[in-house]
Design a protein around this ligand. Structure first.
Ligand code: ATP
Length: 938
């Protein structure tokens, strides 16, 4: 491989890169990249290499090109129809010897609309790319002898990268160490089977990619185990970079609503074509061919009127605003449909640790083979005492010492002091154990040197335990090994045959087992998270394939109980959920009693509600599970695969399920859920990839907030659909009525209709998309995501308002026709009809803000955009009537002041009508609820 040339002269010697890293030993690879397996690169090396190699990023090869986005704008069926209308209208004008003004204007608007759509979509693509960067993974590395977490983009060749289950690998590399490392490489090789990777192997030159088991590749996923990797290639130099496909990222899918909207577009276009044919056909039948051109003009206007040209843009903008509002509330949307469908969630299945609780653990109690202790101190600071229960004694005896050693050695977290504060890197449960050991004077820095780790069986939610093998250097010079295990107390205890007491291992009898389990239950019932620890001396390191067996015949060391307090805001969020008709469900790997205590405290369940455990789930068949799933709110000691079964059963019962997850094995459940939600802080890359949304703060309350935003988005979409389509129906009826009641000519030209649909309807519709939440938005049950957009009276509303719109305008039209003919400028009636239609929509826009509240009772400044849009559009309409070049262009005529006032007056009637409708429906509702309460009393 050759180095890229750079204009900056580079003094340092740069590492020698190879093309066949699989053929090199670990030592040679480290030498070539001038790195150190324990210390990593130093600051200077990192800076130089970052300058030299650039950021570790894949250039996007997929995604739509800008040209394609532009082309798609003009293949939109509605725009195609408009272009056809423009062509016909041009032919008609040219035949009359007139300049084809309407056609030019329609083309201009089609181009403008296309460009606007293009601009919006390319902005949306950019926004999605930004979101992708926000969710780009972090990597654990060793740099300058410290373990730290950096953004994947900062990696350089020579970095030492640490891998664990759930990580999506961020660069290509040579393995330095591997423990039971299983990697899924399907993104690269297409093979679904996981590959067992091994560091201590040297391979030949021609070994195919899928068999290079001493290397790891960017874009693949760690399914199990742990590894230490020397980064060999970054960015476009990686294998995946060579193939130049982007495998991760935010997907830009159409939402169900957008799909329904384009279907609606098709229906409207075809129905307008039918209208055109019908009007021409009936007209020719009635009065022969001499009026053909006029009939054609009427039908062209109707065709333009029926299509809501501004609607697609407003829908896109509303969804974009929705994602932004959600990010502000810490929910990152990865797939656009989630914005719209979040509001329909009926059940939220949530993890406990970290989502409902703070995940800031502090050990409070310990139970060893001989004593029970209370532990004092706060936070992660390793300062506090061990007080023997029921006495003021303070001592660290050998039992406690052994237990504290186990806490440090069987642990992957790091505890360090940053400024004045103590912080942990890694799992908070493990962090709490390091703090605990620190209080007794045991630190990782010393113990790990004394007893280095030789092997390990990592933690997984299925196994609910982890074990490590460490080497002890005996005084006589010989080596021996010790295994430490920790995990869920029942599981560790089950594997113990002895207990550590008075400095020796004595056999564990049934009575003692019962007593330990009783202690575990007592603490769990107080909401504490309890772990059990065990130890076992070994003659030799267990073989890889019987490591599970090695976790038997352990010596029991004791129980450690830590507090993980519920998050303060969650209790209120649970209450909000209930009021909103959403059922919160807790699914946890923790002990049933701990789960119950926390669930009861948060209001998720009642003290005597039944709890289902993973074991019970295992014994149930699908039918049995479906029966109970609607009533059970707490599942404990479950494994990730149970989550999938629970989601499926809930969905079968008609629920619309949001499910949280963080582990690599949660991915199937996240995919199956209607809304899969990954944890931003503790979540693995794999779970994030599988999700629709990410909680940036891991907080349950954020799901509820995002649900509220989802409801607001959906309400606003319905609001402006009502607004836009109601007016379209009105326009069509008015245009059709003119020739029917014998008024000569078309009241509205295609150009005027486009003006109304795009500007005077479009701007207020956009403002309606900004409408804040209605006060009762979280006090009503969720709407079905499968409901039609026209359900719950929306379709009827559109038709009703369209007809009222038409009746008011037709009355004005008849009067204006006579009035204009008497006053000598006959064409003014058309301008009056045009102005009334536009202005009536302003009143409609103000009134449609709420279904139930009178406009006068709404705070006008809660959505200042609507006031702005109404003022701006009204002013523009007046300019159109009075500024001569605009008059000419739009074919309007100057109205007298009194005529303008009459237009305003008629338009205001629309507003009055809608407000009256609200009063009447309120009256009906109150009557209904009164008669209901009378009935109850009887
Ligand atoms: P939730 O599923 O709500 O996040 P959880 O953290 O208890 O809760 P898991 O992470 O699946 O769920 O853990 C299951 C059990 O495994 C825990 O209750 C605990 O007993 C044990 N456990 C958790 N973390 C560790 C760890 N780092 N090492 C050993 N055992 C652990």
């Amino acid at each position: 491989m050759t180095f890229p040339t750079t204009s900056t002269p580079l003094s340092p010697v740069f590492p020698e890169l190879s093309d066949s890293w699989q053929t090199l030993s670990v030592e040679v690879s480290l030498e070539k990249l001038q790195s150190d397996a324990d210390k990593g690169l130093n600051q200077q090396q990192i800076q130089q290499r970052q300058q030299y190699f650039g950021p570790n990023e894949l250039k996007e090869m997929s995604g739509r090109s800008l040209l394609k986005i532009l082309w798609e704008q003009f293949t939109n069926i509605m725009l195609v129809m408009l272009m056809a209308v423009a062509l016909i209208s041009a032919v008609l004008d040219l035949r009359k010897g007139e300049f084809p003004k309407d056609a030019v204007a329609i083309f201009a608007i089609v181009i403008l609309n296309g460009l606007l759509g293009y601009f919006q979509e390319s902005q949306a693509e950019k926004a999605l790319a930004a979101l992708k960067r926000l969710s780009s993974p972090n990597v654990r590395v060793i740099r300058a002898s410290e373990i730290e977490e950096i953004s994947a983009t900062e990696l350089v060749p020579g970095d030492i990268m640490l891998l664990e289950a759930g990580v999506s690998i961020a660069a290509d590399g040579r393995l330095i160490e591997s423990q039971n490392l299983q990697i899924r490489e399907s993104a690269l090789t297409g093979e679904a089977e996981t590959v067992n990777k091994q560091a201590n192997i040297i391979l030949g030159e021609g070994v195919p990619l899928g068999d290079r088991i001493n290397l790891v590749f960017q874009g693949t996923e760690v399914v199990q185990g742990r590894g230490k990797v020397l980064v060999t290639r970054t960015g476009m130099d990686t294998e995946i970079g060579h193939i130049a496909t982007l495998i991760q990222g935010v997907e830009a899918e159409d939402t169900p609503l957008q799909r329904r909207m384009s279907q609606l577009g098709n229906v409207l276009v075809s129905s307008s074509l039918v209208l055109v044919v019908l009007v021409v056909f009936v007209g020719v039948l009635r009065s022969g061919w001499q009026n053909f051109e006029e009939l054609l003009e009427v039908s062209l206007s109707m065709a333009v009127a029926v299509v809501p040209e501004g609607l697609p843009a407003v829908v896109t903008v509303t969804l974009a605003i929705g994602t932004q509002r959600m990010v502000r509330r810490h929910a990152l949307i990865r797939k656009l449909p989630a914005v719209e469908t979040l509001g329909s969630v009926t059940t939220i299945c949530s993890d406990k640790t970290g989502t409902l609780t703070q995940n800031k653990m502090v050990v409070q109690k310990i139970h060893t083979g001989t004593d029970t202790y209370e532990v004092t101190g706060e936070g992660y600071a390793p300062q506090g005492d061990f007080i023997v229960q029921d006495s003021d004694e303070y001592e660290i005896n050998t039992e406690l010492e052994q237990l504290l050693r186990a806490c440090v050695l069987c642990n992957d977290a790091l505890l360090h002091k940053k400024g004045k504060n103590w912080e942990i890197l890694g799992d908070p449960t493990e962090g709490a154990l390091l703090t605990l050991a620190g209080k007794g004077g045991f630190y990782r820095e010393d113990l790990w040197l004394e007893m280095p780790r030789i092997a390990e069986i990592p933690f997984s939610s299925e196994r609910k335990r982890m074990s490590v093998v460490v080497q002890t250097f005996q005084e006589k010079g010989g080596n021996s090994y010790v295994m430490y295990s920790k995990g869920s107390p029942e599981i560790i205890l089950e594997r113990c045959t002895k207990v550590y007491r008075n400095n020796q291992a004595v056999s564990l009898n049934g009575e003692q087992r019962k007593q330990i389990l009783a202690q575990n239950d007592q603490w769990a019932a107080q909401g504490l998270r309890v772990l059990g620890l065990g130890i076992k001396p070994l003659e030799e390191i267990p073989e890889d394939n019987d490591s599970e067996k090695a976790e038997n015949e352990l010596i029991w060391l004791g129980l450690v109980a830590m507090i993980d307090a519920p998050r303060k805001e969650v209790k209120q969020a649970v209450l909000n959920c209930r009021q909103a008709g959403i059922r919160p469900v807790m699914i946890t790997g923790d002990h049933p009693l701990t789960a119950q205590a926390i669930a009861t405290e948060l209001g998720i369940s009642q003290p005597h509600d039944s709890i289902v455990t993973g074991q019970e789930l295992q014994a149930m068949n699908t039918l049995e599970l479906r029966k109970i799933v609607s009533d059970v709110s707490v599942y404990a000691r479950v494994a990730p695969e149970h989550k999938l079964q629970i989601v499926q059963a809930l969905q079968h019962q008609g629920e619309f399920v949001a499910m949280t997850g963080d582990g690599v094995n949660d991915a199937p459940a996240l995919k199956q859920a209607d809304i899969g939600i990954a944890m931003g802080i503790t979540g693995t890359d794999v779970s994030k990839e599988a999700s629709d949304a990410i909680l940036l703060d891991d907080n349950f309350a954020t799901i509820v907030a995002a649900t509220e935003e989802g409801r607001v988005v959906y309400d606003n979409i319905r609001r402006f659909i009502k607004y836009i389509l109601g007016s379209n129906i009105g326009e069509v009826l008015v245009i059709a009525a003119a020739p029917l009641i014998g008024l000569g000519g078309v009241p509205l030209s295609p150009l005027q209709i486009l003006w109304m649909n795009l500007v005077t309807d479009g701007l207020p519709a956009l403002a309606l998309a900004m409408e804040p939440a209605e006060p009762n938005v979280m006090q009503r049950p969720p709407y079905s995501p499968r409901e039609s957009i026209f359900s719950r009276g929306l379709g009827l509303y559109m038709v009703r308002i369209g007809v009222i719109f038409a009746i008011l305008t037709i009355i004005l039209m008849v009067w204006a026709y006579d009035h204009a003919h008497q006053s000598g400028d006959p064409n003014r009636w058309k301008t009056m009809v045009f102005t009334t239609l536009c202005l009536a929509q302003m009143g409609h826009g103000l009134a449609v803000r709420s279904d139930s509240q009178l406009t006068i009772n709404l705070n006008p400044f809660s959505n200042p955009y609507i006031l702005g849009a109404v003022t701006l559009t009204t002013s523009l309409q007046i300019l159109l009537i009075y500024v001569p070049p605009l008059q000419q262009f739009f074919g309007t005529h100057v109205l007298s002041f009194s005529e303008l006032l009459i237009c305003f007056g008629f338009s205001a009637l629309m507003f009055v009508w809608i407000e009256l409708e609200k009063l009447v429906s309120r009256w009906f509702l109150s009557k209904k609820s009164k008669s209901k309460s009378n009935f109850n009393r009887i």
